[in-house]
Design a protein around this ligand. Structure first.
Ligand SMILES: NC(=O)c1ccc[n+]([C@@H]2O[C@H](COP(=O)([O-])OP(=O)(O)OC[C@H]3O[C@@H](n4cnc5c(N)ncnc54)[C@H](OP(=O)(O)O)[C@@H]3O)[C@@H](O)[C@H]2O)c1
Length: 255
């Protein structure tokens, strides 16, 4: 099989688990050199070993996307190591869901910092390189929750609607510069998103946690590889093709 991304360099945030890990492996399998970023060194290392065992080339950069300096370091290290940057997948995200009334507002700050500022910092840091190259592709992982709203996940909705609006603004600004923007909106995907915050349960509201788990159990969720396949599709199109938006639900998810 011909690899479609030979000579390309991709950065993936939130690459230590779930959709980001699967996307890193899939892009590397297409021949891209990948810079993988997340906070957990051990998990990143596992993904890196898997990529290397299949003949891929990978750079690990421990990065907390809520820290602008760390994100700038990720972009700089990638360029220094691989010489260019073609694809940025803004995937790192958290979902501390719960009702608005009586919420712990610290959960709001965490969610907005990762899901919004993480995307903004990485995009801002990578743009000078893409503009200089007059080519590149930014993929923002949003959610069905960026297009529809449900009671009990309002702040997650807010961040993902924000990612969608930002992606469209970015597309409008970057179209004349030959830079592509894709927003990907998954439905339920079978990952650890409900579970972890560096090993600690993430959703602090027990009712919201049970609701989310019940919803997940009520259908056959997508797998991370399903979303990785969609991202590979978007970034391997001919340069004249800009896939703006991909929404993917599990077949039995009606919401
Ligand atoms: N799973 C779903 O049902 C679903 C549906 C729609 C959209 N999405 C979106 O898909 C994306 C990936 O989610 P997932 O389901 O794959 O979740 P996941 O399995 O929990 O993985 C999340 C990834 O983000 C990283 N991350 C979290 N906080 C970070 C931070 N501050 N700095 C850097 N990395 C951070 C985590 O790594 P570390 O902990 O090692 O930092 C991990 O690699 C998110 O944007 C999510 O909103 C998921």
């Amino acid at each position: 099989m011909t690899q479609k991304l030979v000579g390309k360099v991709a950065i993936i945030t939130g690459a230590s688990a779930g959709i980001g890990a699967a996307t890193s492996i899939a892009l590397a399998a297409e021949g891209a050199y990948v810079a993988i970023a997340a906070r957990r060194a051990d998990k990143l290392n596992e993904i890196a070993q898997q990529i290397e065992a299949s003949g891929g080339k990978v750079l690990q950069v421990i990065t907390d996307v809520t820290d602008e300096a760390q994100v700038q370091n990720l972009i700089a290290k990638t360029k220094e190591t691989f010489g260019r940057i073609d694809i940025l997948v803004n995937n790192a995200g958290i979902a501390i869901v719960g009702q608005i009334a009586n919420a712990n507002t610290d959960d709001w700050r965490k969610t907005i910092n990762v899901n919004i500022f993480g995307v903004l910092y990485a995009t801002h840091a990578v743009l000078p390189t893409l503009l200089e190259q007059k080519s590149g592709h930014i993929v923002n992982v949003s959610s069905v929750a960026g297009r529809t709203v449900r009671a009990g996940i309002g702040i997650y909705n807010l961040t993902k609607w924000g990612v969608n609006a930002f992606s469209e603004a970015l597309r409008l600004e970057l179209t004349p510069q030959n830079i592509r923007v894709t927003v990907v909106e998954p439905g339920m995907v079978n990952t650890e998103i409900d579970e972890h915050k560096l090993g600690v349960k993430q959703i602090s509201d027990p009712v919201a946690y049970e609701k989310s788990q019940a919803l997940r159990k009520s259908i056959t969720s997508l797998e991370s590889e399903d979303i990785a396949n969609a991202i590979v599709y978007a970034v391997t199109q001919p340069e004249r093709v800009d896939v703006n938006e991909i929404m993917i639900r599990p077949t039995t998810q009606f919401w």
